[in-house]
Design a protein around this ligand. Structure first.
Ligand code: T4K
Length: 406
């Protein structure tokens, strides 16, 4: 339900009008899979009295995720941050580098950087490509040419907002420098890219790809994550690391940790995976509705999506403060007053946060440009066309008056 249509600028809630929505609209509101199947699985797990430690649901989830990505191995873990950290640890072990560094973008969720930092791997933030919002292959090449690849334990690309277009070019640069390449694929489960090598699904890029299966993700387990790879040895090392370093013979082979996924989380993931077609259909319909309703708005540009090959989980607009007449952060305030919790993902970018801001770093103009302008809008099954029409209408009322006044 939305409240009566707002006719003019002064009807906006930020100026004292009635909020447009009775309840808050969230970015990241979880979709819900098949409830009956989920509860049946929970019952089964309780009857079996097997709740963790590589149980049957975890194994089924791993099989299905590997199949979905078209890769040989999947290792499910407790969350996406640990998925990245374990992938980083395995990569570090494969080629021991003193004082290791990782090249990665700053425009990402903070966990991408933390996962490496916790292992004593220093994040080196490089700028992104404005088209794909992914680590710029040119900046990576320049860095490797200037400083050499010897200090770098790897490169970590991020398929930001599910965008996969920049992944193949990063592979070329990494291959030329013989630097291991990982991807943070947290936003991109089921996505694909059609390029020179035909259609490649996310999961098949680089040496390993890490997913978050957090509640807010396209497929969520509440908390969960997974690493996929075609490398048998890496998969075995990941399995050991997530289970205190135990190998299949029951002996501890390395200093692992506890990163295991529980059966309850896997039961949820399986019930979500059974519904991915439904989730994709509703996300795509919402994306198309935003495209239609936002079209005539000056200063507001919807980030493009290849809807045929994307889960469309993120609807992100770019706000040009000159043309729109107000800054992205002012729009966040306007929307919040209407009970629309739009999120300025990812602002501040990692390199401007306390853990990383003192590190030596080069200029990141493209990152900083987009960190000031991007705004994620609510989507998912709790959002429908009338919500989207109203959100677009609010943006219109806020920007048209501001643009005239500017
Ligand atoms: N790499 C990338 C690129 C990532 O985006 C993430 C996670 C990771 C790595 C790390 O993966 P995990 O270790 O988390 O598996 C949220 C999520 O907490 C985080 O998982 C996610 N990225 C990030 C993009 O978004 P916040 O701090 O922005 O928001 P949060 O968790 O408070 O929730 C967002 C909105 O969702 C809120 O408005 C409320 C709503 N919500 C949330 C939950 C948990 C619900 O409606 N229901 C819920 O159950 O981080």
């Amino acid at each position: 339900m939305t409240s009566a249509r707002k006719e003019k600028w002064s009807d906006l809630a930020i100026h004292g009008g009635e909020p447009a929505f009775p309840d808050f609209l969230h970015v990241g509101r979880p979709n819900v899979g098949d409830r009956t199947r989920f509860l049946e699985r929970i019952d089964d797990a309780l009857d079996r009295r097997w709740l963790s430690n590589n149980g049957p649901y975890v194994q089924q989830l791993e099989e299905r995720l590997a199949q979905l990505c078209g890769v040989r191995h999947c290792v499910a873990v407790a969350n996406g941050t640990l998925a990245l950290a374990l992938a980083a640890a395995v990569t570090s072990q494969q080629g021991v580098v003193p004082n290791p560094k990782v090249l990665l973008p700053s425009l990402t969720f903070i966990a991408t950087a933390h996962a490496f930092h916790w292992l004593g791997i220093e994040p080196v933030f490089l700028d992104i490509d404005p088209e794909t919002l992914t680590l710029s292959p040119d900046r990576v090449r320049e860095h490797l040419q200037r400083y050499g690849a010897s200090e770098v334990m790897g490169i970590c690309g991020v398929h930001l907002f599910g965008e996969v277009g920049g992944a193949a070019a990063l592979e070329d640069v990494a291959e030329a420098a013989q630097a291991p390449l990982l991807f943070d694929a947290s936003h991109a489960l089921t996505n694909a890219f059609v390029g020179e090598r035909g259609l490649r699904r996310v999961g098949q890029f680089g040496a390993m790809e890490a997913f978050s299966l957090h509640a807010t993700k396209f497929v969520g387990c509440g908390e969960g994550g997974a690493v996929v790879t075609n490398d048998q040895e890496a998969a075995e090392a990941l399995r050991q690391l997530r289970n205190f370093g135990y190998a299949s013979d029951g002996l501890v082979k390395q200093a692992g940790m506890n990163a295991k996924m529980s059966e309850l989380a896997a039961a949820m993931g399986l019930s979500m995976l059974e519904q991915v077609d439904r989730f994709i259909a509703s996300n795509r319909a919402n994306y198309e509705a935003y495209r239609e309703h936002l079209q005539p708005l000056p200063g507001i540009r919807l980030r493009p999506q290849d809807c045929d090959h994307s889960n469309c989980q993120y609807v992100v607009i770019e706000v040009d403060p000159q043309q729109a007449g107000l800054h992205r952060d002012a729009l966040v305030g306007v929307l919040r007053a209407e009970r629309v919790l739009a999120r300025p993902y990812f602002s501040p970018p990692c390199h401007q946060t306390p853990p990383y801001q003192r590190q030596p770093q080069g200029p990141l103009p493209v990152t900083e440009h987009f960190a000031q302008r991007l705004l994620a809008l609510p989507t998912g099954e709790t959002i429908n066309d009338s919500h989207i029409e109203m959100i677009a209408h609010i943006l219109k009322l806020a920007t048209i008056r501001a643009a005239k006044a500017a």
